[in-house]
Write a protein that binds this ligand. Structure first.
Ligand code: FES
Length: 320
């Protein structure tokens, strides 16, 4: 996806939801309707700073029937490279941003006979939109929502009011843990499970579901990795005939874009595979942080996902 597909938006409302999470309402600057989307979709928010551009993915959490505005929530990340701090500290009512059109990489399965939704922390956001789709679909579902403590339980009152017994909240501070084994071994045939939250929770749910005999087609997860920081390095783009310097707190993709070379992307979180790039030469180490390449592909040193992966090397040449 290129920047031609962006929508100019204005921030209509900002609310502090928990000590770490802010909620933003974005309305289109030109007053037209926002593009339609389904629950589980995300947008890329483009934040232009004086000397930097951040493009971060955020799940849409507003009802898919509402197209006069989009709603997102942003967790302040301690290890932020700038994007989440920018949203928390510099974006106010009236601020202008750009967003990319919504893309759904975490859609509800249309022929599932039941849905089990498992959220951890800020991972609740895609489910808030999906719940609206589920109300209309009239398919049985249940939600399990794990939070650090009551003060970090974003949107909990609303969930309990709207969902009643279909949602169960677990507080780490009270040692309340989701019993994944019991939960996943007792579901009717045709159930699909969806998980969004910390990496450890996602891995645990996937492993437990597989061990309980769930087919992979019935296990859905979403985790956009933030590009980790690392050492600075240089990369040579063979087709563009340009050398690009990647700063420690900049992703490889951001550095290439800043040099004026477009790379296709959808998720910017190491999941979708759109930024798949051929490595023509590497002397040193490729640091793969994506969830897309197989272990064999990573070991081959022939491919890299520049949205989240980087290198520790003296010579890196990419087919760009
Ligand atoms: S943009 Fe999706 S994996 Fe890189």
């Amino acid at each position: 996806m290129t920047h031609a597909a962006t929508i100019a938006v204005e921030v209509a409302a900002v609310a502090q939801v928990t000590p770490l999470i802010k909620h933003f309402t974005l309305t289109p600057v030109d007053g037209s309707a926002m593009p339609a989307f389904s629950g589980g979709s995300h947008i890329i928010v483009i934040m232009r700073r004086a000397n930097r551009v951040h493009r971060n993915p955020y799940s849409l959490m507003s009802p898919p029937s509402r197209l006069d505005a989009y709603e997102i929530s942003v967790r302040r990340m301690e290890e932020s490279r700038g994007g989440s701090h920018f949203m928390h500290d510099e974006v106010r009512v009236g601020s202008r941003l750009e967003i990319a059109h919504p893309v759904n990489l975490f859609a509800l399965d249309k022929i599932a006979r039941k849905h089990v939704l498992i959220a951890g922390g800020i991972g609740i956001t895609p489910f808030l939109a999906q719940l609206q789709d589920l109300h209309a679909a009239k398919v049985p579902y249940e939600m399990h929502y794990s939070v650090r403590s009551p003060e970090h339980a974003a949107f909990c009152d609303r969930l309990i009011a709207e969902e009643g017994e279909r949602v169960r909240v677990y507080h780490d501070s009270r040692n309340e843990l989701i019993d994944f084994q019991t939960l996943l071994s007792s579901q009717p045939l045709g159930t699909h499970v969806y998980v969004c939250g910390p990496a450890g929770m996602i891995e645990h749910v996937i492993a437990t579901a597989r061990a309980c005999g769930w087919p992979d087609s019935h296990i859905h997860w979403e985790q956009f990795s933030a590009p980790p920081v690392g050492d600075a390095f240089d990369v040579f783009l063979a087709r563009a005939q340009r050398t690009v310097h990647v700063l420690p707190d900049q992703s490889l993709l951001e550095s290439i874009e800043a040099a004026g070379v477009d790379v296709p992307y959808l998720c910017r979180g190491g999941v979708c595979g759109f930024c798949h790039t051929k490595v023509l030469r590497v002397e040193g180490e490729l640091i793969h942080n994506d969830h897309f390449l197989s272990d064999e592909e990573k070991a081959s040193r022939k491919y890299i996902m520049p949205c989240v992966s980087r290198a520790r090397c003296s010579n890196l040449v990419l087919d760009l």
